[in-house]
Design a protein around this ligand. Structure first.
Ligand code: UDP
Length: 448
């Protein structure tokens, strides 16, 4: 075969675009020709944020499709992508310029991409930026229905603990991927996606996951088609992460340089998590009472809905001890020696970024897979602590947050476990490690 040309299709959400762009960078580094296609509203954000970075001018080609909102990625985008591949492949045949798209690598939520690639007779790879365990739970849907644990619409028949495999920690049925719908409570599209995922996993030649055997050994046993190649982080390439939608505030790294080793609480809840004024007050008061330095990412879409005078008053009281920023270079922050712990919403990327750096976590999950990740953090890897919710008020109180911070930072076990897990994670991506080898085999397969 001629030179491979891979079309990468991320799901248009921040937590999916960052790892997909990283995968694209890793492939480009191996000399593979890469085109990344995003809906126009995402493409514009990525291109703008990339302009602020110096070291991203490599060979990746970025293209966009006009799309009418998020839902349209399941309606008109499949046709546009198919036409794009056909057009590239026809014109490269006509001109003999060896530009043919030979493989589609698509986020596993974009199940339609596997169908299109199969129709066009080109290689197809599904890329999962969730935990492999969740992908494996999708393969267990028929069995869960047969055992009466969930109904045909995916709803658990009752809340109970289930074990998908004997070597896996039990999970609450309310934490199944398609059950925790959070702000999308009214929709059951998650279950429909899960069913389509199953179909597309069968169609895919490879199912790659941004995880490692050492993190979720049982999941890979449950569905051997799922292969870990991660964690794929820009630091593995000694470069900056790409795919951010917003400019990163690099000045926080200088501020971190001035803090004592392992002293700073890093607080960030990913790209979509929301909280209101009451919960903001509790977080703020807990950080104020903790008397420790902290770096807090408060996205503008959250900050704009809060009482500005309240934020200003808080900042004035904590002074130089605390730093609030709009968007962090998170991977670099978590690598910084002054970080003591990460108060996180437990998105999968945030989780693996923390584990890769041996940083213990405090868990405030919000939606979807984050509850499942919290379960692994607290009960399987034992590298973090969750919070007890004040059910009457529907919040986590300042006293609870403060006391968990003290408990986490006062107990060496969490630090030791996190450091030990980091060693395993890092060796899986080093030459000869399991993720390294899987990725190498994948590149070789692309080249034949
Ligand atoms: N992130 C970042 N800066 C921030 C907050 C988050 O670069 O201030 C990145 C983070 O490193 C991660 C992604 O955004 O790669 C968030 O993904 P995750 O799966 O943790 O959460 P989601 O946004 O999907 O809920």
């Amino acid at each position: 075969m001629g030179n491979p040309h891979v079309l990468v299709l991320p799901l248009p959400a921040q937590g999916h675009v960052i790892p997909a762009m990283e995968l694209a960078q890793c492939l480009a580094k191996h000399g593979i020709k890469i085109t990344v296609a995003n809906p126009d509203f995402i493409h514009n954000l990525v291109v703008k944020a990339l302009e602020t970075k110096a070291d991203t001018g490599n060979s990746i080609r970025l293209v966009s499709f006009p799309v009418d909102g998020f839902e349209d990625i399941f309606m008109s985008m499949p046709r546009k992508v198919k036409e794009f591949i056909e057009q590239v492949n026809t014109s490269s045949s006509d001109s003999h310029d060896d530009d043919k798209i030979t493989c589609v690598v698509a986020d596993d939520v974009l199940a339609w991409a596997m169908e299109i690639a199969a129709e066009l007779g080109i290689k197809r790879v599904s890329f999962c930026s969730f935990a492999a365990t969740l992908l494996a739970s999708v393969s267990s849907i028929p069995k869960l229905i047969e055992d009466g644990i969930i109904g045909h619409d995916g709803t658990p028949t009752k809340e109970q603990m289930v074990q998908l495999s004997p070597s896996m920690p039990a999970m609450n049925t309310s934490d199944l991927l398609w059950v925790r719908r959070g702000i999308w409570e009214y929709e059951n599209v998650f279950f429909e996606y899960a069913l389509r995922k199953n179909k597309s996993m069968n169609l895919a030649d490879w199912v790659l996951c941004n995880s490692a055997y050492c993190l979720e050994p049982a999941a890979f046993g449950l569905n051997p088609k799922i292969l870990p190649i991660g964690p794929i982080l820009a630091s593995n390439r000694s470069e900056n992460s790409t795919g951010s939608f917003w400019p990163e505030d690099m000045t926080c790294l200088k501020w971190l340089d001035q803090q004592a080793t392992k002293s700073v609480i890093y607080v960030a809840f990913g790209s979509i998590t929301l909280f209101d004024q009451t919960q903001f007050n509790e977080f703020a008061m807990a950080l104020e009472l903790s008397n420790r330095p902290f770096l807090w990412v408060l996205r503008p879409d959250i900050a704009d809905k809060l009482d500005n005078a309240c934020i200003k008053g808080f900042q004035a009281r904590v002074g130089a001890r605390g730093r609030i920023i709009s968007w962090a270079p998170q991977q670099k922050v978590l690598e910084h020696p002054s970080i003591a712990c990460f108060l996180s919403h437990c998105g999968w990327n945030s989780t693996v970024e923390s584990l890769s750096n041996g940083v213990p976590l405090l868990c405030w999950p919000f939606v979807g897979d984050q509850f499942h990740n919290e379960n692994y953090i607290c009960n399987f890897w034992k590298v973090g602590l969750g919070f007890k919710r004040d059910d009457e008020r529907g919040i986590i109180t300042r006293e609870e947050i403060k006391s968990r911070v003290e408990e986490l930072l006062g107990n060496e076990m969490y630090k030791t476990n996190a450091v030990n897990l980091k060693k395993q994670v890092v060796s899986s991506i080093k030459e000869g490690g399991s993720s390294y080898n899987n990725f190498k085999s994948f590149v070789e397969w692309l080249e034949v």
